[in-house]
Design a protein around this ligand. Structure first.
Ligand code: G4P
Length: 528
C-alpha cells in the first residue's frame, strides 16, 4: 500500500522570473487534472508594482499565498503536488526553502525575454541540489528568440545541458504548432484558448507528404532541417541523467493557449521522480520506511490576527502520517498530536486522516514550530537544516513603545520563526539587527508587528554588505582570537547561535579574508 502510494506521487515546484507564465501554466495543469473547471481560477500571488506601501495589497497577497501554497490534483491516477514558489525577488528566501521540499522542478522561460535574473538564481539553487529540471519555453504564440539561440542561452546562462523533447514549428504570427519528439507526433496550433485537448496527428515518417499538407512544404522542410540539427547537437534524452540533475529536457508551448501543456504533463508524470530519500543528521531516510518522518519547510501566519495560530507546512519524507497519532517534535523533545491536519486539493484545504511521502500536510500551530523542525515517530534525528542565505538589507530594530517590549520580543521571535527575515544579535551590545532579502520585508514586519502583536518598532540604518557565517577549525588559535578581538564590533550571532561577520563592503571582506586565511567566511548558514 505504502509503496503504491509513493509511486503515484510527484511533488514539484514551478519556478520562473515574474511574468514568464508560472501562474498560467499552473492553472492549465490544474485544468487538465480536472481540479478546476475554468481558467482564471488560480489567483496570481504576484505583488503588483508599487505595492510597497499598500498594505492591503500585502495582506491580499498573504491570503492568496496560503491558498496557493500547495495545489494538489490527480492526473491519470498520479497524485501531483505543486508547491508554490513566489517569483518576486524579495521573497526569494521563501522560494529557496520551498525548493528543499520538492522532488523536481519545471522552469518556465518566456521565449521573447529568454533567461532572466530570477530564473538564474533559482536554477542555481536547484543545480546545487541536483534537483531534476524540465524546462518549458512559453509564449510561442508571440514573437521571440530563435529556438537554437534560446537553447544556447539556456545552456550558457543556466549552466544546464539541455535536450529538446519538442520542436516548435514557426513562432509568433507564423506559429503553426509543435513536433513532439518524445511522442513522435505533430500538434497543430489553432490559437483557440478554450480548447483544452488539442488534436494530435501521428507522424510515423517525417518525410511523408502529410506533414507538407498540414503545415506547408516550406514549414515542413524547415522542421525537418531543424530536427536533424537538434539530433546532431543535443544528446539523446536519458532518464537517469535527468533524474541525477545532469540533463534537462526542454518543451515548447503557449500556456495561455493551453498549447504544449498536455505534452509537458504526459512526459512529466512518466519521467519525474517519485518522492526521493532524504539525508538526516544521522542517516539517509527512504520514503518506503514504515515509520513516519517529515520536516517543516514553511510556516504561515493565520490571516486572523486575533487568533495567533499558524499553519506549519510539513513535507512527509517517509511512512504514513496519521491524524491523532502522537509524533515526536525532535527539537523540543515533545510528543504532539494533530487532530486536524490539512491536506490541499487544488485551492481547497481539508482535514485528512492519512497522508503519504511526497504529500504536504498543514498543521495548526500555536508557536511550537520553526522552519526546519523535524517530526518523527520517536527516532532522534533531524533533517539537514534549511539554509539561510546572506540577507541583502540590514537595519537595527528598536522598540518605539517601552510599554510594549514583551509584545515586540514575541512578535519578532514569531516572525523570524516564520522565516520572514533573519535576526542577528550584535556580540558587542546585544542590539537586534534584522536582515532581509528585499526592502519590502521591513514594511511587512513593521505592519505585522503593529497589527498582530500591538508593538511598534523603529528602524535605524546599518551599513552591511554581506553577512558571512564564520567557520574555524580551532576556536583557540591565536589567529581566530585576534579576528574576534579586532572585528568585535562587526560580529553577531544568528538565531541558532552561529557566529556571523558583518562585512561593510566586498573590499573589507577581501582584506579580512587575506589577514585571517584560516578563518572561513560563508554566504550560506549550512556550509558543512
Ligand atoms: P507569472 O505567474 O510567471 O508571473 O506569470 P503569469 O502566468 O501571471 O503570466 C504573465 C502574463 O503573461 C499574463 O498577462 C499572462 O496572460 C501572459 N501569458 C502567459 N502565458 C502566455 C502565453 O503562452 N502567451 C501569451 N501571449 N501570453 C501569456 P498579463 O497581461 O500580465 O496578465 P492578465 O491580465 O492576462 O492576467
Amino acid at each position: 500500500m505504502l509503496n503504491k502510494e509513493i509511486h503515484r506521487r510527484r511533488t514539484f515546484g514551478i519556478i520562473s522570473h515574474p511574468d514568464a507564465g508560472k501562474t498560467t501554466l499552473t492553472e492549465k495543469l490544474l485544468l487538465f487534472g480536472g481540479a478546476i473547471q475554468e481558467a482564471g481560477a488560480v489567483k496570481s500571488n504576484k505583488i503588483k508594482k508599487g505595492a510597497t506601501s499598500d498594505f492591503m495589497e500585502i495582506e491580499r497577497q498573504r491570503g492568496i499565498s496560503v491558498a496557493t501554497s500547495v495545489l494538489a490534483f490527480e492526473y491519470q491516477d498520479i497524485k501531483i503536488n505543486i508547491l508554490d514558489t513566489p517569483g518576486h525577488k524579495d521573497f526569494a528566501e521563501d522560494t529557496f526553502r520551498t525548493l528543499t521540499a520538492v522532488d523536481s522542478v519545471i522552469v518556465v522561460i518566456d521565449v521573447a525575454k529568454g533567461v532572466e535574473e530570477q530564473t538564474e538564481k533559482l536554477v542555481e539553487v536547484c543545480r546545487m541540489r541536483n534537483i531534476p529540471i524540465i524546462v518549458f519555453v512559453n509564449k510561442l504564440d508571440r514573437e521571440g528568440k530563435d529556438t537554437f539561440e534560446l537553447l544556447d542561452e539556456i545552456e550558457q546562462k543556466l549552466h544546464l545541458k539541455v535536450t529538446p523533447l519538442s520542436c516548435p514549428i514557426g513562432i509568433g504570427y507564423d506559429f503553426k504548432g509543435i513536433y513532439n519528439i518524445w511522442e513522435k507526433n505533430v500538434n497543430l496550433f489553432s490559437g483557440d484558448s478554450r480548447k483544452n485537448i488539442e488534436e494530435t496527428i501521428e507522424i510515423e515518417n517525417l518525410n511523408d507528404g502529410t506533414l507538407d499538407e498540414l503545415i506547408t512544404s516550406k514549414a515542413a522542410n524547415t522542421l525537418r532541417e531543424e530536427l536533424e540539427l537538434m539530433e546532431g547537437i543535443y544528446p539523446e534524452f536519458n532518464k537517469d541523467e535527468y533524474l541525477n540533475g545532469h540533463l534537462q529536457p526542454v518543451f515548447f508551448g503557449s500556456a495561455l493557449n493551453s498549447f504544449g501543456v498536455r505534452e509537458l504533463l504526459d512526459c512529466f508524470i512518466e519521467i519525474a521522480p517519485t518522492p526521493r530519500p532524504k539525508e538526516s543528521d544521522t542517516r539517509l531516510v527512504s520514503p518506503d520506511e514504515k515509520e513516519f518522518s517529515g520536516f517543516v519547510f514553511k510556516i504561515h501566519a493565520n490571516m486572523d490576527p486575533k487568533h495567533r495560530d499558524r499553519l506549519a507546512f510539513v513535507k512527509i519524507v517517509s511512512g504514513t502520517f496519521e491524524r491523532n497519532k502522537p509524533y515526536l517534535h525532535v527539537r523540543n523533545n515533545k510528543k504532539m498530536k494533530f487532530s486536524s491536519p490539512n491536506a490541499f486539493f487544488a485551492e481547497k484545504k481539508q482535514i485528512v486522516d492519512i497522508s503519504y511521502p511526497g504529500d504536504i500536510v498543514g498543521l495548526h500551530d500555536t508557536g511550537n514550530f520553526k522552519i526546519g523542525d523535524t517530526l518523527t515517530e520517536g527516532e532522534n534525528m533531524n533533517y539537514r537544516g534549511i539554509p539561510s542565505f546572506s540577507p541583502e538589507h540590514f537595519k537595527f530594530i528598536n522598540n518605539a513603545d517601552p510599554m510594549k517590549s514583551k509584545q515586540l520580543e514575541k512578535g519578532i521571535d514569531q516572525l523570524m520563526d516564520e522565516g520572514v527575515a533573519q535576526l542577528f544579535i550584535l556580540e558587542l551590545n546585544g542590539r537586534k539587527v534584522i536582515g532581509t532579502v528585499g526592502a519590502l520585508q521591513f514594511e511587512v514586519i513593521q505592519y505585522r508587528l503593529e497589527h498582530e502583536y500591538g508593538a511598534t518598532c523603529r528602524y535605524e540604518n546599518l551599513n552591511v554588505h554581506k553577512a558571512c557565517w564564520v567557520e574555524t577549525d580551532n576556536e583557540k588559535s591565536a589567529e581566530y582570537l585576534d579576528f574576534k578581538r579586532v572585528k568585535s564590533r562587526f560580529l553577531a550571532k544568528d538565531k541558532r547561535g552561529q557566529l556571523v561577520f558583518f562585512a561593510d563592503s566586498s573590499f573589507t571582506l577581501q582584506m579580512t579574508q587575506s589577514k585571517y586565511p584560516n578563518v572561513k567566511f560563508h554566504y550560506v548558514s549550512e556550509y558543512k
